[in-house]
Design a protein around this ligand. Structure first.
Ligand code: MF3
Ligand code: CO
Ligand code: CO
Length: 229
C-alpha cells in the first residue's frame, strides 16, 4: 500500500503542484483502499503525509507551498493496513534540478541501498550505520544524527533504533523476522539541525540542502526482504 501510494504520486508531482495537493491525494487514495494514513494526528501532526523541501530535513507539513523549478522534495508515506504499518519515502526532482542537488539525491539513495545490503542475520545495526556514513562522508556530505530509522509493525515506531552512522560489528545483532526502516537523512553541509516554530519541520542549521530515502524491510533467514519495495 505504501509503495503504491508513492507510485501514484510519481506522475503527479510537477511544477505548480502545492504540497497540500499531495496531502489530499495521499489521504484520499489511502482511505479509498481501506487503509489509514499514520501521520494524521500522530503526536499532533496535522496532515496525512510529510512533505519536506530543499533545506528541510524531515517532518515537513503540507500547506499552500507551490513546487517550483529546481526544488527537491521528500514525500514520506506511512499507511496502516490490517493493523500493520508500512513506512517509506522517496525524493522527487521538480523540473530542472541543479547538478549539485541531483548528486545529493543520488548519493542519499545509494546510502539507503548500501545500508540494505548489510541486512542479514549475524550482521549488526552498526554495520548498517557504518556503510551509510562511509558513503555519505566520502562525498563530503554529513549524516543527520538526531533522527533515525526504527522498528515498525504494530506501532509506528518500535525498537530497535536504527542509526545511520556507527562502527562495524557494534550494536544489536540482526535476526530473522526483525522488521525495521532504514531512512538516512544526508545533508550537503553540516549535520546539525533545528526545528521550526511549527514544532515539526526540521531544517539544516546551516541552510544546506538535505535529502532522504526510506524503506521498511524484514530480515529473512539469509538476507533481507524490502517490504515497501
Ligand atoms: N514517517 C516518519 C518516519 O519515517 C515519521 C513521521 S511522524 C509524523 O519515521 F508525525 F511527522 F508524521
Ligand atoms: Co520511518
Ligand atoms: Co517515514
Amino acid at each position: 500500500m505504501t509503495r503504491d501510494i508513492l507510485d501514484m504520486l510519481e506522475e503527479r508531482i510537477v511544477v505548480g503542484v502545492a504540497t497540500g495537493d499531495i496531502n489530499r491525494w495521499v489521504h484520499t487514495y489511502t482511505l479509498s483502499h481501506g487503509a489509514a494514513p499514520a501521520p494524521l494526528n500522530y503526536r499532533g501532526f496535522p496532515k496525512s503525509v510529510c512533505t519536506t523541501l530543499n533545506n528541510q530535513v524531515c517532518h515537513g507539513i503540507p500547506d499552500g507551498t507551490v513546487l517550483k523549478d529546481g526544488d527537491i522534495l521528500n514525500v514520506d508515506v506511512t499507511s496502516i493496513l490490517d493493523g500493520y504499518y508500512g513506512d517509506a519515502s522517496r525524493m522527487f526532482l521538480i523540473g530542472e534540478v541543479s547538478e549539485e542537488a541531483r548528486k545529493l539525491v543520488q548519493v542519499t539513495r545509494e546510502c539507503l541501498y548500501l545500508g540494505i545490503e548489510q541486512v542479514k542475520p549475524g550482521h549488526t545495526l552498526g554495520d548498517i550505520g557504518h556503510a551509510i556514513q562511509q558513503h555519505a562522508e566520502r562525498h563530503g556530505y554529513s549524516v543527520v544524527r538526531d533522527y533515525i530509522g526504527h522498528g515498525t509493525g504494530l506501532q509506528f515506531h518500535e525498537p530497535p533504533e536504527v542509526r545511520h552512522f556507527g562502527k562495524p560489528g557494534t550494536g544489536e545483532m540482526l535476526a530473522p523476522n526483525m522488521v525495521f526502516t532504514i531512512e538516512p537523512m544526508i545533508n550537503a553541509g553540516d549535520y546539525k539541525v533545528e526545528i521550526l516554530k511549527d514544532g515539526w519541520t526540521v531544517v539544516t542549521a546551516d541552510g544546506s540542502l538535505s535529502a532522504q530515502w526510506e524503506h521498511t524491510m524484514r530480515v529473512t533467514e539469509d538476507g533481507v526482504e524490502v517490504l515497501t519495495g
